[in-house]
Write a protein that binds this ligand. Structure first.
Ligand code: TRP
Ligand code: CA
Ligand code: ZN
Length: 451
């Protein structure tokens, strides 16, 4: 079925090898690789399956759109370059990524007399010489909140990035996500980013996937006709579900992928249509209304949360995740839950004195701690009513486990459950125990963290 695509794939491109490893192109290239596959013996003990992309929850994507809408409302009705709504949008996205364990950076530039910002988020790990990148412009025009253009792409890319963290995905390639400033002024932020890279850094990017307008109310399903591997991987998601696609023709070079393409980087992307009118043939195959624009609110004040086709947004977000997983060729699976780290060294708790602390260093747990982090404590003491107990996260934030109060019992031997989902798991955690009154004493005997 995909054999015609296979014939025109540049077989030596890095993305081609990733897609092959992922099994997608395995079928389309089977004819070319018979000798290899016939002799390769399966190794039953090794998990060789490519981790499948998760379904991206539409509700999560829409929650980001509601936040963008609220940000616009609180900032003069837009999220445009040089306006406070832009920076607030960036801070919102950055906060989510930082909490999920991404390494983020904010890149500044100047355009039209105002400071602009790009947000770049790297998922730790993967081959640094093989970067798979997804991006979306985060700025709106000044006439509205820009929820379809381009809250939709921004939210789809954000939720894909958060899904990487949630599932503990360990891609073979390095994943990078980006949100561009000042696209509406002429692809300014993305061009600034590409220009800021050395030629070696540009060569390290295997591909850039662009998402600009992916929830148009009268949606079409358009795939960029650029790099054939990216195009095939994106199309594959729709084809597998019987959804017809067309090649994107409403202005090649009208979004941030052009900045990458101009530098010789392979690009692709998805689009559900802007100001152009849906034809009768398109309405017949996709539904919606012929004779009206794909997005009648394009660049106008009615581009609000009401200007979104949920089905289109959901499909495009899922296709985004599918492409990022497939192209990065991860063979990792989420680490098993229930890994326990403990410290069994005795630490004295001074009587009516300063707090005692016992550390546990956690490594190799990707993403954040769970919402039900289990904190096992074994504290030996002669009067537990005197004890105040906190769990201290690697960044210093404290979670109160127990307050002092009238309680003449002795030891504290129990397990607390903590919602630590905003804390990266890796790092040094501490159990902090303070005896706030005199006349009784004890020690931390042991404690543990179970992820
Ligand atoms: N980039 C345009 C904008 O933000 C929208 C757009 C028009 C577009 N034609 C496109 C995006 C083709 C991607 C592909 O206003
Ligand atoms: Ca979904
Ligand atoms: Zn626009």
């Amino acid at each position: 079925m995909l054999a015609h695509v296979g014939r025109r794939l540049p077989r030596r491109s890095p993305l081609y090898r990733a897609a092959l490893g992922a099994g997608l192109a395995g079928a389309l290239a089977a004819g070319l690789l018979t000798a290899t596959t016939a002799t390769a013996a399966p190794t039953p003990t090794e998990p060789t399956a490519q981790a499948a992309a998760p379904d991206i929850p539409l509700a999560n994507v829409k929650a980001h759109l509601s936040q963008f809408q609220a940000i616009a409302q609180a900032n003069g009705g837009n999220r445009a370059h040089g306006r406070p709504g832009y920076r607030a949008s960036l801070d919102y996205v950055k906060g989510k990524l930082d909490a999920a364990g991404y390494t983020t950076s904010v890149q500044q530039f100047t355009s039209n007399g105002s400071t602009g910002y790009n947000l770049i988020a790297d998922w730790p790990g993967g081959d640094p010489d093989a970067v798979v990148m997804a991006g979306a412009h985060l700025d709106s025009v000044s006439s509205g909140a820009g929820i379809n253009d381009n809250g939709s792409g921004s939210a789809a890319v954000l939720e894909t990035a958060l899904a990487v963290a949630r599932t503990g995905y360990r891609p073979d390639k390095h994943l990078r996500f980006a949100w561009w400033g000042a696209e509406e002024l002429g692809l300014v932020g993305s061009r600034f980013y590409v220009n800021s890279l050395s030629s070696a850094q540009r060569a390290d990017i295997d591909g850039y996937l662009n998402f600009d307008m992916v929830g148009s109310p009268n949606a079409g399903y358009f795939v960029y006709d650029d790099d054939p591997v990216i195009e095939a991987v994106l199309k594959d998601w729709f084809t597998a579900r019987g959804i017809p696609t067309e090649i994107e023709t409403e202005g090649d070079g009208r979004s941030d992928h052009a900045s990458f393409k101009n530098a010789g980087i392979p690009v692709g992307g998805l689009f559900t249509g802007a100001g152009r009118t849906k034809t009768t043939a398109q309405a017949r195959k996709w539904g919606g209304t012929a004779g009206v624009p794909f997005d009648r609110c394009y660049h106008s004040s009615c581009d609000t949360t009401a200007n979104i086709n949920d089905t289109a947004l959901d499909r495009n977000a899922d296709a985004t995740a599918h492409a990022m997983w497939t192209l990065s060729s991860g063979t990792g699976t989420p680490p098993p839950d229930g890994r326990t780290f403990e410290n069994t060294a005795d630490v004295t708790v001074p009587d009516g004195g300063p707090a005692a602390e016992s550390p546990i260093t956690v490594t190799g747990v990707p993403g954040n701690a769970p919402a039900d982090l289990k904190v096992g404590v074994d504290i030996r003491h002669t009067y537990r009513g005197d004890l105040v107990i906190d769990l201290v996260a690697p960044d210093g934030s404290a979670y109160r486990l127990k307050d002092s109060g009238w309680d003449s019992g002795d030891d504290v031997i129990t397990t607390y459950t903590v919602d630590a989902s905003s804390e990266p798991a890796d790092g040094t955690w501490k159990l902090r125990v303070q005896d706030v009154h005199r006349y009784d004493s004890g020690h931390i005997g042991a404690w543990s963290l179970t992820f």
